[in-house]
Every structure is written in C-alpha cells, then in structure tokens.
Design a protein around this ligand. Sequence first.
Ligand code: PBG
Length: 330
Amino acid sequence: MYPLQRNRRLRSSEVLRKLVRETLITPNDFLVPLFVVEGTGIKEEIASMPNYFRFSLDTLVTEIKSLNALGLRSVLLFVKVEDALKDNSGTEALNPDGLMQRAIKTIKDSAPEMIVMTDVALDPYSKYGHDGIVSEGSIVNDDTNAVLAEMALSHAKAGADFVAPSDMMDGRIFEIRSLLEDEGFHNTGIMSYSAKYASAFYGPFRDALDSAPVALHNIPKDKKTYQMDSANRAEALNETLQDIEEGADIVMVKPGLCYLDIVRDIRNTVQVPVAVYQVSGEYAMLKAASEKGWLDHDQVMMEQLTAIKRAGAHIIASYFAKDAVRLIAD
Ligand code: PBG
C-alpha cells in the first residue's frame, strides 16, 4: 500500500530494471526457419518478406555458418518445389534425393551440431497447395497420414534431428511416431504443430514457397477443414494433449502474437517444451510499418519476442532471429 510501496522504485534505472527483469531473449530461444530452392548461387529475397531469402544448397552452407557464428543452432527447413514435381499425393516428398533430403545432409555435413528440424506436410509438393491429398471434395485424413509418416521417415534417414508435422491431420503424430519406432529411429524427435490456426498471417510464407491453396470447384481456397478456427480456445488444448499422447516431444502454437492466450493455456497445462511460431505475416507487418517510419523496428521486434516468451514459449520460431541476436550482442 502507498506510500509503503512505491512501484516506481524498481524502475528507476536501467541497471535496476535489468536486475529485476523476468524475461530475457537469448540465441538459445530461437529456431530459424530457412527456405531452400534448387540451383546454385541463389540467394533471392522474398518480395513480401524484406531481408529474408531463399537459398540454394551452396549459399545455404554460408548462411548456416553465419547463423552458427551468431549462436543460432537450430533451424527449421522448408523447400520450394518445382511445379513439374508437384502432384496430388506428395510423390516427390518421398524422393530420397529430393531437395529437402539433400538440404538436411548438406547442413549436417557442414555443421553436425546444428539441430535440423524439417517441415512435414504436403503443401509445397501439392499441385493444389493443400497439406493433404485431395479427393472427392475433401482433404483425406488417413491416406495423407500414411504419406506424412513415409515423408518423416525419409527426413530421419537423411539425418533430421526432428520432424515437424505442420499439416493438422488427425492422428498423424501417432502414425509418424509408430513408423519411426518400427524403423529404428528412436531418437528422431517430433515437434508437432499442435495448435495451428487457419490464419491469414501465412500469406507471405505461401509466396515464399509458391504454395497457396488453389481454387477448386468443390473445395474452398483455404485450409479451414483441417487448421483450427481462430475463435476457439478449448480445442487448442485438446489437440495439444492428444499430440503429446501420440508421441510429440515438443508442441507448438501458431501464429504467435494473436494467440498468446493459447500459449499461456498450453504452457500451464503441459509438461513438454512449448514452441511458438511467429509467422511470416507478423514479420511482414513490422517490416512494412518500419520501412514507412511508422514503427521503431528493433524496439517493436524485441517487445514482440519478449511477449511471446513471457506468454510461455520455450522456443520461438522467428524470421527475426538474426536481427534479434545481432541487437542483443551489440
Ligand atoms: C505448411 C506451413 C505453413 C506455414 C508453416 N508450414 C503454411 C500453411 O499452413 O499454409 C506458415 C509459416 C509462416 O507463415 O511463416 N504446412
């Protein structure tokens, strides 16, 4: 009670504020998403993601070195697949010599200590831009799971430390875990996108991979029959608890900022690490506003990352990882 308590005492200098600060961002917090393309010498900027790039395998090695030097030691891989290799059932996703499989090997060869996580979903490989197989007006669940499990196995064989299913089919964690166990990949982990919402914030990512869902006469141009409704809270916990039962080692909430209530719910309930994906649209918004001079890039970035961690994230997948770590080091 005032005047016995004066809350401003603890805010009186930066040194004191640092002494009592609860949430700190460090390089260990980050998972760095990386976009990989075929070719050589390619480092192309993604139009809707300023200062974020697609790398060919050779320039990827350089990027990995620069991440390593910054203390960023965990990456999450996505591949941009050539149109000619896309079909309805993700055939190319299982190619042991596919771009993803080569990217995993390339990173593990050049930086074995790097934790390599891989996206597992059909959308970059799907001519319809869907995360699963399209049949008779719907995205079929169980047949998709069988392909996802084979895809995860092929990433594990190429050397992935973790597979990260981002598709939101029911039961896919169980299918993936079972196949990995059967094939002896006991130590390959699963980071499940457990509470993944059908969000319009994924727009720039779909530009990066050219993977937006296409209009089909009997399926709407969105992912709302498998990704979650942003109005819902209870089912996020339900999804997450089921994924843990099915064998997920790490769970994830996605997107980040608009869903921090969900992050806290999950953090309070589960006993496994919680990852949060600050997605492409969140990155694009701040880049655009700061380019216009409307927001202070670095301060808003740190405020957002701190809020994500304060809400309960153990791991933050973010396109700001390098920017943030450079800023902290200064
Ligand atoms: C694909 C996938 C998406 C993202 C991660 N994995 C897009 C989608 O579900 O349509 C989005 C990431 C981002 O926006 O940064 N399954």
